[in-house]
Design a protein around this ligand. Structure first.
Ligand code: SF4
Ligand code: SF4
Length: 450
């Protein structure tokens, strides 16, 4: 163990990362809590089953095999290699070197698995980058991805490749050092790195590193600098990744689990009743009925993000922008303006806008904008056939249709602005009690003899 200036710097970086990450995640949770209440605590067993199948088992990802398998590499690699971070943090705080080496054979298995997974993660990221930038897959190059969303995807894939490369290079340098150091006692003395030589890193603990170490320089001092540089690069990269995550679509690596757990378990196509409408009807039939109220006037449908439920807002933060929903959407395929992915991206952008306003002006923040009209147009909404293909395709059980329906309800009931084709239907229902343009008295004419 050798506690020094490096460890002090590490503890400062760790504390700063924890502080800023806590701040950002708290504001995201606050934003989600601005949504309307919704009880999704029923059917615990079925929810766990869905979580295991869809989130952990990636069952909807593998319906597209290439992306599915590559995503499993990156996902498993990300989860498992993060165990290595625990060791790095322990070393960083205590000044130890490879603190978990005491695990012996288990450590060997872990390190070898990490190294294999790191190579698979690099492979997955390279394939993903190629699909976006070389093959230019249509769903990954649509207009809603222009600018920041495309850069976001490229940035994070590049960061992952760099982190995994640093991890492998660090191991290679470490392996080289542990096999050579006893022959270089003056370096140990000059750099006070006895803990390296005596860390007892087992040669068989590395599978890929011995091969990579062939590229190490002969001078052991340089190798030591390479190991330190990669160690710092890796951990600072991880800290940067943690701070970057809440501002990126890659938030799904955390949010997809709760989002899938709280999925809508009802049959697809079953619409919810609006409580505000139910209360109106009850009040019409029973003048003594007093609707429950929280002090705000009830709204029919949704105009802005705060009219949506917390689950719809969690959906928006969980969206990976993969576009599977949009590529399955019949409206989009036939050239309509609608893209369910854009509905989710707009919802998140609007919520973030309100969140930033609250950070600045407090809870009373108000602006003149709304999700409907400023972000999503009626033309997009009315292009939806409510087929549920987007809901079925989403690998993390997001429900763009529910947002579309709620915004439409507002258009119809609060703005009286249905599309003209529906206006006739509504008029018929009002006058004839049916969508058709026939008088109710003629309804049974079809059954007469002549
Ligand atoms: S429900 Fe609407 S948005 Fe979703 S796939 Fe069908 S048409 Fe597209
Ligand atoms: S809603 Fe689901 S399918 Fe659509 S882009 Fe987001 S994560 Fe992908």
């Amino acid at each position: 163990m050798h506690f020094g200036i490096q460890n002090i710097l590490f503890i400062i970086a760790l504390g700063a990362t924890g502080f800023f990450a806590f701040k950002k995640f708290s504001s995201i949770i606050r934003n989600i809590q601005r949504g309307k209440s919704l009880d999704r605590n029923n059917n615990f067993g079925q929810r766990i089953n869905t979580l295991v199948r869809v989130a952990l088992g990636q069952s909807k990802m593998v319906t597209r095999p290439i992306a599915g398998v590559m995503h499993i590499f990156v996902y498993v690699g990300f989860v498992v290699i993060n165990l290595e971070i625990l060791e790095i943090i322990t070393d960083g705080i205590l000044g130890t070197h490879r603190a978990f080496n005491f695990l012996g054979p288990i450590y060997n298995i872990l390190i070898n698995s990490f190294e294999i997974l790191a190579v698979l993660v690099i492979l997955g990221c390279v394939v993903f980058l190629a699909r976006r930038n070389v093959v230019k897959l249509k769903r990954l190059n649509m207009k809603e991805l222009l600018g920041w969303p495309r850069n976001d995807a490229n940035i994070i894939l590049t960061i992952e490749i760099l982190l995994m490369s640093a991890f492998l290079t660090m191991n290679a340098a470490d392996w080289y050092l542990s096999t050579q150091m006893n022959e270089w006692p003056h370096i140990i003395k000059n750099f006070h790195i006895e803990h390296y030589a005596h860390s007892g890193v087992q040669k068989e603990a590395f599978l890929i590193s011995p091969w990579l170490s062939g590229w190490m320089p002969n001078n052991l001092t340089y190798v030591m600098y390479i190991e330190r540089f990669c160690w710092w690069f890796h951990i600072i990269g991880v800290f940067g990744f943690i701070l970057y995550l809440p501002n990126s679509k890659h938030l799904h690596i955390l949010f997809s689990f709760p989002n899938v757990f709280y999925s809508n378990l009802e049959e697809k196509g079953k619409f919810t009743n609006l409580e505000s409408v139910t209360n109106e009807v009850k009040a019409m039939f029973d003048p003594s009925f007093v609707p429950p109220t929280d002090g705000t006037p009830g709204r029919f449908g949704a105009k802005d993000v705060e009219d949506l439920t917390w689950k719809q807002l969690l959906d928006a933060y969980t969206c990976t922008e993969c576009g599977r929903c949009t590529s399955s959407c019949p409206a989009n395929q036939t050239g309509k303006l609608l893209s369910p992915r854009k509905i989710m991206m707009d919802t998140r952008d609007r919520l973030e806008e309100i969140g930033k306003g609250i950070d600045k002006d407090g809870n009373d923040f108000k602006d003149e904008k709304s999700l409907l009209h400023d972000y999503i147009s009626p033309e997009e909404l009315w292009a939806c056939t409510s087929c549920n293909a987007c809901v079925q395709a989403c690998p993390v059980n997001i429900d763009p249709l529910s947002i579309i329906i709620d915004l439409r309800r507002y258009l119809v009931m609060e703005e009286s602005a249905p599309p003209s084709a529906l206006a006739n239907v509504f008029a018929n229902i009002e006058n004839n009690g049916a969508p058709w343009q026939f008088s109710p008295v003629d309804r049974l004419n079809w059954a007469t003899e002549d």
